[in-house]
Ligand binder design. Structure first.
Ligand SMILES: NC(=O)c1ccc[n+]([C@@H]2O[C@H](COP(=O)([O-])OP(=O)(O)OC[C@H]3O[C@@H](n4cnc5c(N)ncnc54)[C@H](OP(=O)(O)O)[C@@H]3O)[C@@H](O)[C@H]2O)c1
Length: 338
């Protein structure tokens, strides 16, 4: 089988994406050959392609993008979990099945391993999960990184309980899933954002309260007021040093802060860390077990991801450009197969 794929050098920018035609190896052992139908972009692609830096090892010349969904078209002779024709998505850490994250499982798609911006890929069958029946391939491709991360953030330690409150920062990919999942759990979602237009979209997605962080720079105080002075039970923290002090100030005693990312630059004063009583946890995306648990909830609820725009495979550089440069709401998807 021949496969068209894009390769890029970390730090080479999206202009450095090169289209190649390569041989695809036949699956051996417990491998599966997957015909990729759709893939989607994440913040990490910005770090890897634009900045050339990432918290985990990177291949020098990689097929980028960790999110993808497709169809199993062939199996190695020892494969037992999957069947030809099944619709699957790849777990971003293919070797992390369950339990706590370990550096032993640190290989990631579109990072130290080739990723999903390819027509065909060979993966261990253990790296693949079945996708919910109601989702199209484009929709299924939106979940592996941002969806699993949001799921992990809301379920670590103990899952969110009905009636609890969650602070979601912004309308980025992880945050939109966090909002949708918070509503699935019957929780109250308080969301910050940067414009009235985005606030409206967030309300339509189920946000109970939306705070414009430009109009209300002391949004932590607003969150406390909205929670009778108590603060929220959970925070899905994607802002990093720029927002963490305020997230801590907005958290209830015994609340939990999932440290997910740092979309904004800034630093936190050490004294701000002791401003509350809370538990903080740094996430490494999630395991296959998180992915399967999330898919069960997505299938049972019929939840669909928010997709901003879909591009054709030949337009991949334009998709990256759009993703990096535009103020969007929802995932940017690349349809790989016609
Ligand atoms: N640890 C992990 O395993 C893991 C997994 C996935 C992602 N991440 C990290 O999580 C972060 C979010 O990823 P993503 O894919 O959701 O990113 P994204 O889609 O690019 O999210 C960007 C959004 O963040 C909001 N934002 C920007 N500056 C902000 C500020 N100063 N204060 C509050 N909100 C701000 C904006 O929303 P509004 O305009 O609505 O405010 C913006 O649209 C990234 O740092 C990523 O690397 C980590």
């Amino acid at each position: 089988v021949k496969s068209r794929c894009y390769r890029a050098r970390p730090g080479g920018g999206f202009e450095g994406l090169q289209l190649h035609t390569e041989d695809v190896p036949a699956p051996i052992g417990r491998q599966a050959l997957v015909r990729v139908v759709a893939t989607s972009l994440n913040y990490r692609e910005r770090m890897i392609l634009m900045q050339g830096r990432y918290s985990l090892p990177l291949r020098p010349d990689l097929i980028p993008v960790c999110d993808g969904a497709g169809e199993v078209v062939a199996l190695g002779p020892e494969a037992t979990r999957l069947h030809v024709g099944e619709r699957v998505a790849a777990s971003v850490f293919p070797r992390w099945i369950d339990g706590p994250f370990s550096r032993l499982y640190a290989d990631q798609l579109g990072g130290s391993l080739d990723g999903m911006l390819t027509e065909y890929t060979v993966l261990d069958e253990d790296a693949l999960v079945l996708i919910p029946a109601h989702l199209s391939y484009e929709e299924a491709a939106a979940f592996p990184c941002a969806g699993v991360t949001a799921w992990n953030a809301l379920t670590w330690g103990s899952p969110l309980a009905p009636g609890q409150s969650v602070l979601v920062l912004g309308s980025g990919s992880v945050s939109l899933f966090a909002l949708q999942f918070a509503k699935l759990f019957g929780a109250r979602a308080i969301v910050t954002t940067s414009s009235a237009q985005k606030a409206q979209s967030l309300r339509e997605l189920g946000a109970d309260e939306v705070i414009d962080r430009n109009q209300t720079p002391d949004w932590d105080r607003a969150v406390r007021e909205l929670t009778s002075g108590q603060g929220v039970d959970r925070v899905v923290e994607v802002g990093g040093g720029a927002t963490l002090a305020q997230s801590i100030a907005a958290t209830a005693t015994e609340g939990r802060i999932a440290l997910v990312g740092a979309v904004a630059t800034g630093s936190i004063e050490p004294s701000a860390l002791s401003a509350g009583v809370y538990t903080m946890y740094r996430l490494a995306l999630g395991s296959r077990a998180h992915f399967i648990a999330m898919n069960r909830a997505v299938a049972a609820s019929g939840l669909r991801p928010v997709i901003d725009r879909t591009f054709a495979f030949g337009e991949a550089p334009a998709a990256f450009d759009y993703f990096f440069e535009r103020d969007r709401i929802g995932k940017v998807v690349i349809r790989v197969a016609d």
